[in-house]
Design a binder for this molecule. Sequence first.
Ligand SMILES: Nc1ncnc2c1ncn2[C@@H]1O[C@H](COP(=O)(O)OP(=O)(O)OP(=O)(O)O)[C@@H](O)[C@H]1O
Ligand SMILES: O=P(O)(O)OC[C@@]1(O)O[C@H](CO)[C@@H](O)[C@@H]1O
Length: 321
Amino acid sequence: MARILTITLNPALDLSVETPPLTLGEVNRTGHTLIEPAGKGINVARVLARLGHSVTVAGLLGDANPGPFERLFEAEGLEDRFVRVPGRNRINIKIAEAGGRVTDLNGPGFRAPETALQSLEDRLESLLPECDVVVIGGSLPDGFLPSGVAELVQQASEAGKPVWLDTSGEGLKAGIEAGPFAIKPNTDELAGWAGLPINDVAAVETTVARLRTHGVSHVVVSMGADGVLWSSPSGLLRSRVPPVSLVSTVGAGDTLLAGMLHGVLGGERDEAVLRYATALSAECVQHIGVGDPEAPDFPSLLQQTRVQPWPGQNNTGEIRL
Ligand SMILES: Nc1ncnc2c1ncn2[C@@H]1O[C@H](COP(=O)(O)OP(=O)(O)OP(=O)(O)O)[C@@H](O)[C@H]1O
Ligand SMILES: O=P(O)(O)OC[C@@]1(O)O[C@H](CO)[C@@H](O)[C@@H]1O
């Protein structure tokens, strides 16, 4: 099993609420609610630890409310090497309405001190030799410049560690310039990078080709219910998800990334890697929280997940955006 380092620059407590369709401006009575420590790198770490990997979590953690995070790291066997910074970790609200509509209300979080990047780089000096791969996930807190993402990507790459990057906006743009090994944008994030709308798989393909010329070896585009397009040096593969009963898509992208890493690090064939990761992300959307490889219906989801080279036969290319 591999040793993986995940970096989350702006962790969050996710307050997830399952509710009947909302009536804005009225009192709404909710169903199941849950508050859990999260943020993209932490979510990826949880899935990888469940898959048996040795995972270290790092990044910036607000020192005013670290307790729930520290308890989660302990419970899930994640080695905690977060740099503590002054301030509160944000609370992100996830409203999952019956019918499958999910609304994210993501807060800004603490303000990163000027010393944050240097402290992180110092921490990475000791952590990088101990890991096989680095994941950088999520948005940047105020005060943390996009160029800081590029510096982290560069530091890890120079240490010979492949970087899997999953961020958005200016952080994604800057990070791509530093040449990560892999990125996992969703279609909105990809469109943001390209500065163009992306309405079908052909547009995804064109944009991915541009990314390859920027030196990114692996581009894993998550397309929601339309599955995944994976561009690698071996070519393009497209996966299609099995029919599932949708509860919340929060964490599905993180689960997908973790599943991809699990397969790639395990030396699986590309088709098997993508099938496994896609099926695990489909498992994730059936409930609140990250995907569970031990779920009783996972073998059946895996069996129903389709993977084929892209462009293949009978591809309509539509994305239901
Ligand atoms: N409605 C759905 N039915 C089945 N699988 C889904 C559905 N929505 C998402 N998935 C699976 O989860 C993957 C990731 O979803 P999505 O594209 O929404 O990621 P994301 O926006 O990065 O998510 P997040 O940032 O919340 O983790 C998809 O590529 C797909 O495999
Ligand atoms: O605001 P960011 O950092 O872009 O995204 C944060 C977040 O939405 O991503 C995870 C799901 O991928 C959630 O756990 C978390 O709240």
